[in-house]
Design a protein around this ligand. Sequence first.
Ligand code: HPA
Length: 269
Amino acid sequence: MTKIGIIGGTGVYDLMTLSGVSDEDVKTDYGTVKLQMGIYKGIQIAFLPRHGEKHDVPPHRVNYRGNISALKKVGVERIIATGAVGSLNLEMRPGEFILPDQFIDFTKNRVQTFFEDGAKGFVHVDMTNPYCLETRKIIIDAAKSLEMPVKTRGTYVCTEGPRFETPAEIKMYSHIGGDLVGMTTVPEVILARETEICYASIAMVTNFAAGISPTPLTHAEVLEAMRQNNENLKTLIIKAVELVPDERNCDCQNALEELGSLGQGKYLS
Ligand code: HPA
């Protein structure tokens, strides 16, 4: 049966009433990562608060490689992530959930691969559909069954942070096709694909982006918007977890086919 990883973004530091919860320190090539392991309706879940339980890890310091390695090591096959985002698109309003289907990368100082120096092979992982199509559909079906509105596409512009953007940057991101701006989807979504884990993200719009919003942005307003929608977000995740099929029926599991026996994260120790 599939083991599901949940990566909680800003405002999501615990998940739900899991039974048999235990903390597990997972040793990876990139340091030790603490996961909360638990069971929901017989489904095994590994929960990871991306910014730490006390929100003390900013987006540019997240141990993305450690986190994805740890989830892979405990056998996670599918990740549902959450993230707070600003909106560049007047049709994506604060309070709404969006399932990004594309990203544009403006990060600057993050290692984006497990194949950094060629020693484990050369990998140019396909990003035609960066977010797992099957996992996105599961979340869409979950939202439908809850009668919860979600927007089913959106281009996520990922910035380095931790500062918010200038209005000039937002104008440019909008011109090149961005709908949302956030600081975390890259390299998380890329590393998940490199380990052949399915990955989809639920973006929660907390504000209109700089220059669109009539007021300067604050982290407090992001937190408050997340707090207001937190329960809905958890309800959506739980429903999606319930709908996950036992077997995967998408291409993510074969993303590294060209590596042969080194696929499936076997290059990680
Ligand atoms: N910009 C970048 N990241 C964000 C924003 C924003 O406006 N809101 C929430 N996360």
